[in-house]
Ligand binder design. Structure first.
Ligand code: 2P0
Length: 326
């Protein structure tokens, strides 16, 4: 029996992932780029049981003190199956996970969750994966999780197969995100379902794929040049393009609420005044405004009418906090 504990944080994409080229391996239709956050960590402990126990035994998964059942447990077991295959083991495991993100923040916990699980489980099963292999493994749980393996800023290379689809670090200027938890959250379509529906029904989907590949090239060039204005402009326009292609699905999906749109307007008004502020939003109504460390407090203050605000910066990739072989 051996055990390992790992910690990982969510990430916010500045160039978005929306759509799969292959569902089982979770290969995206295009690459993406993100900031790993310094807040809202998931901490996960995996304990591998004695391998002699009955083969029909099940894994267990306790999330924030509550035993998981149904889809949440199935997803964890399917993920552990990938780890067992890599490790050549059939032993079951007990997974205990604590997620620090408040539910209302609407930050997808699947990225931090599967990044922490990938590291804790791989170590507990005796594997010693390099960052690329760990990113590939995390991707099998949730696409965006492959980026949370990486410190600070990450580019997920779309790739064409399991070996070539992984995230790696990219240098970028020091930035902050102001997370606005907007009022009036609405019922959401899951990212997974929203992606399928967009791919199956949007007449704009092909253009989304080809333009995202170009956008990522532009973003990588802007990061290399340290061109903050270009990074901001790309971030906001790419987010709006993602919401546009999603809105063009049938039946349509609209993740942004009126308060979300108002937060985008505030970012635009801040820019008019000469403040660096560019908005983005994921598969929900909350908005993240990209800004500089110097301007973060002012940007946060301007956004308070739209909801609760929290300033976050670039944080660490998945890392071990404890390990023991018993
Ligand atoms: C992103 N999102 O790039 C985009 C922007 C949401 C909007 O990655 O099906 O939970 O597990 O691969 O990773 C959310 O998608 O989806 C996501 P799966 P995931 O951050």
């Amino acid at each position: 029996m051996s055990t390992a504990t790992a910690r990982a944080h969510p990430n916010i994409a500045l160039v978005k992932y929306w759509g799969k080229a292959e569902e089982d391996l979770i290969l995206p239709v295009a690459g993406s780029m993100s900031m790993t956050l310094d807040a809202f960590a998931t901490t996960t402990t995996v304990t591998v049981r004695e391998s002699e126990e009955a083969t029909d035994a099940e894994d267990s998964f306790v999330l924030n003190g509550t035993p998981a059942t149904g889809t949440a447990l199935d997803r964890t077991t399917r993920f552990l199956d990938h780890v067992r295959e890599l490790a050549g083991s059939s032993a079951r495991a007990d997974v205990v996970s604590v997620n620090e993100a408040p539910t209302a923040a609407g930050l997808a916990s699947s990225a931090s969750g599967f990044a922490a699980l990938a590291l804790a489980a791989s170590r507990a099963y005796g594997l010693d994966l390099d960052q690329r292999s760990l990113s590939r493994l995390a991707r099998r749980g949730s696409g965006s999780a492959c980026r949370s393996v990486v410190d600070r800023y990450a580019v997920w290379n779309a790739g064409t197969d399991d070996a070539t689809s992984y995230a790696e670090p990219i240098d970028a200027p020091e930035m902050r995100l102001v997370i606005v938890t907007v009022d009036g959250a609405q019922k959401q379509v899951s990212s997974r379902e929203g992606m399928r529906r967009t791919a199956a029904t949007s007449p704009f989907y092909d253009a989304w794929i080809t333009s995202t590949a170009r956008t990522l090239e532009d973003m990588v060039a802007a990061c290399k040049a340290g061109d903050l204005t270009a990074i901001g402009e790309i971030t906001e326009s790419h987010a709006l393009r993602m919401h546009a292609v999603i809105a063009s699905a049938l039946p349509p999906v609209r993740y942004l609420a009126p308060a979300s749109v108002a937060a985008f307007d505030t970012a635009a008004a801040l820019r008019e005044q000469g403040t660096f502020a560019y908005a983005t939003a994921d598969a929900g109504p909350n908005v993240c405004v990209l800004t500089t460390p110097d301007a973060a407090e002012d940007v946060a203050a301007a956004l308070t009418p739209h909801g609760q605000v929290r300033i976050v910066g670039p944080g660490p990739g998945a890392h071990l906090t404890e390990e023991a072989a018993r």
